[in-house]
Ligand binder design. Structure first.
Ligand code: UD1
Ligand code: CA
Length: 484
């Protein structure tokens, strides 16, 4: 790359992701390779490491998300190996390319395998599939620093309180230049005290990388090709290796163990809670709440302890979500009260409705404005109209229920005949007495009444009273007669 220093430093100062790719990066072909082939032995899991979830998404999906904000998805390559088919299937929707590292012989080997995919690029940014907190801004800064320094290899380093487990950066004196990276297992007692660690994120000049990568050896504790050894290899070849130290050390955390995964998850959830609070949402005891990254909540809504808001859930203003609710992919309007212990998935709740305690709203439940759904009520694929009430011990499935309807305690829509599902239609203003069963397909017309404990198998016309039960029999004196 030929360019004057002044231009390059301008681009380094101009930080963020793709937009910063100003003069320096835009004339160059830059790829991102994400190392994601490892098994993750330390997790002791059937699931490949990079598919373990933090913040509600697989580790690798977070890294791909950051990468595709720096370069287009077509220039991002995930290097996969262990359970490759499973990883590929899970990440297919992201549109990135895949490189197969059939045998995992180390991080250096991962890049050897990617040679063909990467050889047409000028530079490659290398990320770790198990370090999901990296931001596009930091990747952009690392790239700009690499170009400005005209380096062959640039690594992102960080100063950690506890550097144990990470590779340590050996600098050439106090300069930006790096002599070598020493893996934890190979450190001397003195090197163990170095707090500057290798984050596992790098930028390489592609030609130099592949002209020298064959000089890596497997003479180390794991018998693997370490990508980190490229620092020393380039040093011998008199090529420039520099470290860019990030001030945001938490971004480099890797999820190698269950404990580290939980720590990363906690950090992401907390950041999300902080963002929601900054946007005007009250969250009591945020450490007990689980919020997924894409959740939206409007100001003046209050969230009580032990609430989970998952997936694409969206909540309006002035709602109160009481404790122990798990709400996934649901849309809740304004002024809604969700009492304790409710479970919702793919539900729509209109303004000022009241839900719970202990309601189970399954996919396709649409609850109308001001409607009430109470304790131990299960709904699935239903519309409950404006102001209608189903307050106690009820199952409503595959039903269209109008406005101003009262569903008595213990009502059941019998929607399933063992083979097919059928629909129940209940028109506006209907009153369903307690303990009724409505055997679908069936329709109860506008304003009709159904007497308590009825089994309704035939349509009920508007304005009618339907009784579907046997008449009560009273035998006077029966008990004493029996005991004679
Ligand atoms: C690596 C670095 C270490 C650094 C740390 C930061 C090496 C030798 N060490 O150690 O200096 O401090 O990251 O988190 O690189 N992978 C492959 N193919 C392989 C082996 C690994 O794709 O053959 C992938 C893994 O899936 C993982 C990433 O590379 O996503 C890093 O591998 P990992 O084994 O976690 O390296 P660390 O021991 O963390
Ligand atoms: Ca790691």
């Amino acid at each position: 790359m030929k360019m004057k220093k002044s231009k390059a430093s301008k681009s380094a100062a101009n930080t963020a992701g793709r937009r910063s790719s100003s003069h320096a990066a835009s004339s160059l072909k830059i790829a991102i390779a994400i190392m994601a082939a490892g098994k993750g032995t330390r997790l002791k899991s059937q699931l490949p490491k990079v598919l373990h979830e933090v913040g509600g998404k697989p580790l690798l999906e977070h890294v791909i998300g950051a990468a595709t904000r720096v370069v287009p998805a077509k220039d991002v390559y995930a290097i996969i190996g262990h359970e490759a088919d499973r990883v590929r299937a899970a990440m297919k929707h992201t549109g990135v390319g895949f490189v197969l590292q059939a045998e995992q012989r180390g991080t250096g080997h991962a890049l050897m395998v990617a040679r063909e995919a990467l050889s047409s690029y000028d530079h490659v940014i290398v990320l770790s599939g198990d370090a999901p907190l990296i931001t596009p801004e930091t990747i952009g800064r690392l790239r700009d620093f690499h170009l400005e320094e005209k380096a062959t290899m640039t690594l992102l380093s960080a100063d950690l309180e506890n550097p144990t487990g990470y590779g340590r950066v050996l600098r050439k004196g106090r300069s930006a230049e790096v002599k070598a990276i020493v893996e934890e297992k190979a450190t001397t007692a003195a090197q163990k005290k170095i707090r500057e660690i290798n984050s596992g994120f790098y930028v390489f000049a592609v030609k130099d990388l592949y002209a020298n990568i064959e000089n890596l050896s497997t003479a180390n504790a794991h018998g693997e090709y370490y990508l980190t050894d490229m620092a020393a290899v380039f040093g011998k070849a008199r090529l420039r290796v520099v470290a860019f130290s990030t001030s945001n050390a938490s971004e480099v955390l890797g999820g190698n163990t269950r404990a580290e995964l939980v720590q990363i998850d906690e950090q992401m959830r907390m950041a999300k809670c902080r963002q929601l609070m900054a946007d005007g949402v009250t969250i009591f005891y945020p450490a007990t709440c689980v919020m997924d990254a894409d959740v939206e909540v409007a100001p003046d809504t209050v969230i009580e302890p032990f609430v989970q808001l998952l997936g694409k859930t969206k909540i309006g203003t002035n709602c109160r979500i009481r404790s122990y609710c798990v709400i996934k992919d649901s849309v809740i309007g304004d002024g809604v009260m969700v009492r304790p212990g409710c479970i919702m998935e793919d539900a729509r709740i209109s303004d000022v409705a009241v839900i719970g305690p202990y309601s189970h709203l399954r996919p396709g439940s649409e609850i109308g404005e001001g409607a009430h759904v109470g304790n131990f009520v299960e709904t699935k694929k239903i519309k409950l109209g404006k102001g209608s009430k189903a307050n106690h011990l009820t199952y409503l499935g595959d039903a269209e229920i109008g406005a101003g309807v009262n569903i008595g305690a213990g009502t059941i829509t019998c929607n399933y005949d063992g083979v097919h599902k059928h629909k129940t239609i209940i028109d506006d203003g209907v009153f369903i007495g307690s303990d009724s069963t409505l055997v679908a397909p069936v329709r109860v017309g506008k304003g009709a009444y159904v007497g308590a404990a009825s089994c309704i198998t035939d349509d009920v016309p508007a304005d009618a009273l339907a009784l579907g039960r046997s008449r009560q029999i009273v035998k006077e004196g029966w008990v004493s007669a029996k005991n004679k």
